[in-house]
Design a protein around this ligand. Structure first.
Ligand SMILES: CC(C)(COP(=O)(O)OP(=O)(O)OC[C@H]1O[C@@H](n2cnc3c(N)ncnc32)[C@H](O)[C@@H]1OP(=O)(O)O)[C@@H](O)C(=O)NCCC(=O)NCCS
Length: 213
């Protein structure tokens, strides 16, 4: 008969979400080089974006780490209103948002390590960021979804969070100097601009939705 303490441990499914800190930067760059493409997130860009995602004591960007061994499973950058003016590529249609630009937050980028996908890591990081942005008074969030993402994972993930499409931008990331994990360099992927209006936030009358290139 097998003693209870002989039972091998089950592989853990648990992870923790924490605000991103300077100590995370090296791991974020390493994961991004592997999954986004070399050069998209370097130390200087992560450091600067982390600073812009911080408002007072509140850090709106987060990381997910495995509880068992501390491995970085994913990251999510989120920028409060007034601390961003555009995404990494070219194309922004504030005339199609249901809120004013000065009240808009931005979801910059979120990636989960392939081996950790499908466990709720991406939604958990997004939930933390959305709570932070709401607490800072954002009326809503703007993002650029990656149209060529495998299995349409980017758009489906954002739609489940409540985002809807307002525009498309071809070759959105073409000017960013990195090696796109899908299309090489220059990146030829299309961005779907998407917005999420927070319930109860003061909206802007006349905002409309609809996809146009
Ligand atoms: C989009 C993304 C952040 C979602 O994160 P996540 O932690 O995997 O999210 P979820 O756990 O909710 O799973 C998402 C879907 O992937 C499915 N999935 C399950 N196992 C999977 C796996 N091994 N690989 C990929 N997807 C898997 C899930 O079933 C779920 O689909 P469903 O809701 O239809 O059931 C993640 O897929 C990712 O990093 N994608 C590449 C980058 C990207 O597109 N980022 C989005 C903004 S640019």
């Amino acid at each position: 008969m097998r003693a209870m303490n002989d039972v091998p441990p089950l592989p853990t499914q648990s992870f923790s979400i924490t605000p991103m800190s300077a100590a995370d930067i090296g791991d974020v760059v390493a994961l991004a080089d592997r999954v986004v493409g070399p050069g998209y997130w370097d130390v200087a860009t992560v450091t600067e974006t982390l600073a812009r995602s911080t408002d007072g004591a509140r850090v709106c960007s987060h990381v997910a780490r495995d509880d068992a061994d501390g491995t970085l499973l994913g990251f999510r950058f989120a920028l409060p209103p007034g601390r961003w003016s555009e995404g990494r590529g070219s194309g922004l249609r504030p005339d199609r948002w249901p809120f004013a630009q000065e009240q808009a937050a931005y979801f910059q980028s979120a990636w989960v390590a392939p081996a950790a996908r499908g466990r709720g890591v991406g939604p958990a990081m997004a939930a933390r960021a959305l709570a932070d942005l709401r607490a800072l008074g954002a009326a809503g969030v703007v993002t650029h979804s990656w149209k060529e993402s495998p299995n349409d994972s980017s758009r489906r993930y954002l739609q489940r969070l409540g985002f809807s499409a307002v525009a498309e931008h071809v070759d959105y990331w073409a000017e960013v100097d990195y090696v796109c994990s899908r299309d090489g360099n220059p990146c030829r992927c299309t961005a779907i601009e998407m917005v999420l209006a927070f319930d109860g936030a003061a909206g802007r009358p006349g905002g409309r939705a609809g996809v146009t290139r």
